[in-house]
Ligand binder design. Structure first.
Ligand SMILES: Nc1ncnc2c1ncn2[C@@H]1O[C@H](COP(=O)(O)OP(=O)(O)O)[C@@H](O)[C@H]1O
Ligand SMILES: O=P(O)(O)OC[C@H]1O[C@](O)(COP(=O)(O)O)[C@@H](O)[C@@H]1O
Length: 308
């Protein structure tokens, strides 16, 4: 069974402004609302693949109510601790000529509420996958994911960590099964500017040596790389698409990979499918539907076959 944890979920408010002038009133041509936060995106895609999973997290206020109800309506199993103050953040995505994002800080979370969440996930064990992903509110310690992994370690759980900067680095000692930074996140860690999977390879190897069993580095439209637990290297290109909204593309990739691994697929197949899930989401409004994933996966396999 797969579980996701979203400590700082969000409502993603996507606006489509034709122009964007700082200091002036700008008008959007249309708007959409999505349930967001990385773990929730992973759960949404898993649900689309009909992979049984539970989304855990912490919500607050009217936006938290909206999020829980919307997930319920979408048939996504969730288990959220409620805060009695503040509200789940609204992240603004301005999808103009380029995408500009303003992500909220999120409500303050006390240690007591984190403990309540950890007690709720305490039953997971042998053969389960726990996906810890996304930023955390400032009130929580920077080694939050490391703390969670250490608490549950030794039970045969596969831990997946997809988080920025030190939140990720501090979790490496606990030897997570998978991490998935993108090329920009890797660049920030190593003070470099890698763009392609080839350029990311030495950094992926280094992250593997520092503790991550499997390291995927996604590079947007340039493709992706997996440095696996057997020191084997896999690189896949992406299928060509018309970019609609890449929000959640990386989360879709994580979902696709863990779904295939759970099914018993080899790492090469899991990476290809993961890439197709990411690309399908980048070509969709919101998280991709199954039909788009299947179409993109077929196209990707044709491209790889042609490349020999
Ligand atoms: N413009 C794009 N064209 C094709 N595929 C894309 C594009 N952007 C993202 N993807 C797919 O989604 C995956 C994750 O995207 P990326 O932007 O690297 O991650 P993140 O969302 O974590 O920043 C990529 O590896 C790729 O498979
Ligand atoms: O926790 P963070 O880093 O603020 O990111 C939250 C945002 O990331 C997402 O989960 C995925 O967006 P990205 O693909 O841009 O990472 C959004 O749904 C959400 O608004």
């Amino acid at each position: 069974m797969i579980y996701t944890v979203t400590l700082n979920p969000a409502i993603d408010y996507v606006m489509h402004p034709l122009t964007l002038d700082m200091g002036f009133t700008n008008r959007s041509s249309s708007e959409e609302l999505y349930c967001g936060g990385n773990g929730i995106n992973v759960s949404t895609l898993l649900n689309e693949l009909k992979v049984v999973n539970v989304a855990f997290g912490i919500v607050a206020g009217f936006t938290g109510d909206y999020l829980v109800k919307t997930l319920q309506k979408g048939g996504i199993s969730s288990n959220f601790v409620r805060l009695d103050h503040g509200f789940t953040r609204i992240n603004v995505k301005l999808n103009g000529i380029v995408m500009t994002m303003v992500n909220g800080m999120g409500p303050r979370i006390s240690e007591k509420k984190v403990d309540e969440l950890l007690e709720r996930i305490d039953y997971i064990g042998e053969g389960d996958t726990l996906v810890l992903t996304g930023s955390i509110p400032k009130s929580l310690p920077e080694d939050m994911y490391d703390i969670i992994i250490r608490r549950l370690r030794g039970r045969g759980i596969r831990f997946v960590v997809d988080a920025p900067g030190s939140l990720l680095l501090k979790a490496l000692d606990a030897r997570p099964f998978l991490i998935k930074p993108n090329n920009h996140e890797v660049g920030r860690i190593f003070d470099a500017r890698p763009e392609t999977p080839e350029e990311c390879l030495p950094f992926a190897k280094e992250l593997h040596e520092r503790g991550a069993q499997n390291v995927i580095v996604s590079c947007g439209g340039h493709g992706s790389l997996l440095y696996d637990e057997n020191d084997e290297i896999h690189m896949v290109p992406t299928a060509k698409i018309r970019l609609v909204n890449a929000t959640g593309a990386g989360d879709s990739m994580v979902a696709g990979f863990v779904a295939k691994v759970q099914e018993g697929a080899d790492y090469e197949t899991a990476l290809r499918f993961a890439s197709a899930c990411g690309t399908a989401t980048a070509a969709s409004k919101g998280i991709a539907r199954r039909s788009t994933i299947d179409r993109v996966y077929n196209e990707l396999n044709k491209i790889i076959l042609k490349q020999g």
